[in-house]
Design a protein around this ligand. Sequence first.
Ligand code: 5AD
Ligand code: SF4
Length: 421
Amino acid sequence: MNLADTELVMGILQNKGYSLTNEITEANVILLNTCSIRDNAEQRIYGRLGNLKKYKEGKQSAVIGILGCMAERLRKNLIEDKKMVDLVVGPDEYRRLPEFLDGAFAGEKGIGVKLSRTETYDDIIPFREEGLSAWLSVMRGCDKFCTYCVVPFTRGRERSRSLESIIPEIKLLSERGFKDVTLLGQNVNSYNDNGKDFADLLAACAAVDRDIRFRFSTSHPQDMSDKLLYTIAENDNLCNYIHLPVQSGSNRILELMNRTYTIEHYYELIDKARKIIPGVSFSTDIISGFSTETYEDHIATLDVMMKVRYDGAYMFKYSPREGTKAFNMEDDIDEETKSKRLSEIIDLQQKISFEINQEMIGNVEKILIEGDSKKSNEFLAGRTDTNKIVIIPKLHGIKIGDYLKVKINRATSGTLFGDLI
Ligand code: 5AD
Ligand code: SF4
């Protein structure tokens, strides 16, 4: 989401004549797009700010600004505490950035942290480097109010972009040769443009260019409709891959988190999706050590992982966020227990990913060639429909952006290896 927002900000600034530099020593403006989801994300920014001091001092005298969720959460404190910060601009005020920058060059500090019920940046084309993969934001904000989560406070209420503005952007991506587009939103399943839902949007996107693969993130289990599952099944270029955060396997914890589903409901959804979309794969998010989490609750989470067998998972230690409902509950799971439980979760996922990948040996997969493998330029890296990286030997005539059929012959927990067939 932040990468997509950064491209949006670059689009806005480019329209005003700014250009990008890869040399920080030449920059007149340095903007950090920040995340508040967990405390360690914020701590990293404080570290970065310390390192940027030298570009502010002396001849370069760069304007330094904080964008994104930290701007929203900490507001003028950031300017007061960190004297070197000139701008603090939250996620719904990026249109005003050029104006704030003009002010900053004249020595004024700027704060823009109003949240909007309508801003979707519908008319702004983000700045995207050439490539195969693009992010495309289709809705902003979140109304779910999970008790641990700061997003509804830092990114505001849910609102959707119009379908009429999204389709031309997809056409543009198609003309530029993009092949892999991820539709983004905090909860894409509640997309709603005057009655057109997320399934309608996906079907319309898929029809623009059948050579582009579409993925989406993130889905809330409560809003996954049957219509959406059938739409994925019916369109070859809608990837058979669903990121479906479960957060915990314990109904008691799910209720404390205000996730609004039970684990039984979650299983029903997974079963239904597997029936409607044969071969669909899932990834998830898991929080370990939420307030009052017992050993039994933790075991229940491991149990879900074993039952669902996710292809991948993003796994986190619970981090209390000021202003959220859970902030008032006790953060009673000590750091050591949180760490131990998290490593058990990570180890189990590693084992499951390894097993799933081993079972893929012998399969034929259609992969999209993305470029050289990270480790060697004698090999190419491609991606399956289900978002797995496949390494194949580089053969003359294969181009980036080609779809190729490969047979999988070896696998680790993170990577598949194959040969062209
Ligand atoms: N602590 C830990 N993880 C969190 N997430 C959201 N808020 C917190 C928090 N306070 C995780 C959830 C969410 C993902 C984007 O980040 O798992 O799905
Ligand atoms: Fe946060 Fe829950 Fe909204 Fe996801 S659905 S952004 S976890 S409040």
